[in-house]
Design a binder for this molecule. Structure first.
Ligand code: HEC
Length: 97
């Protein structure tokens, strides 16, 4: 029973966290990454993301924080944590979208 309650709590917690990361995506990353504005690797375009992912997640999180060429610092997401960036990058770089 306790295990079931814990599992349910975990599901609720992770679902609401995922929601807030998706809110952030909708408000920020999406503006450019949905359509590849300024050469941004498109969301769900696994091939475009592959060479980026090869640089390593840490390097991509750093680029998100600092900005890169056409991408403004923090990707315009001023309340994003490193954990949010990791979730957003994983989301954008997979075809699950
Ligand atoms: C104003 C447009 C814009 C927004 C908003 C934006 N990006 Fe980008 N992003 C770009 C462009 C353009 C590039 C390609 C930069 C290059 O390689 O020259 C890019 C590249 C990236 C890369 C690859 C970096 C690398 O080292 O190869 C990551 C990771 C990334 N964006 C994450 C995000 C995240 C996460 C968000 C939302 C929080 C976001 N971006 C919002 C335009 C944007």
């Amino acid at each position: 029973m306790t295990r079931l309650v814990l599992a349910a709590l975990f599901l609720v917690a992770s679902a609401s966290w995922a929601d807030s990361a998706m809110d952030k995506y909708d408000r920020t990353c999406r503006i450019c990454h949905a359509n590849g504005v300024g050469g941004a690797p498109k969301t769900g375009d696994v091939d475009a993301w592959r060479p980026r992912l090869e640089k390593g997640m840490e390097s991509l999180i750093r680029a998100s924080n600092r900005g890169l060429n056409g991408m403004p610092p923090k990707g315009m997401c001023y309340d994003c944590s490193d954990q949010d960036y990791e979730a957003l990058i994983s989301y954008m770089s997979t075809s699950a979208s």
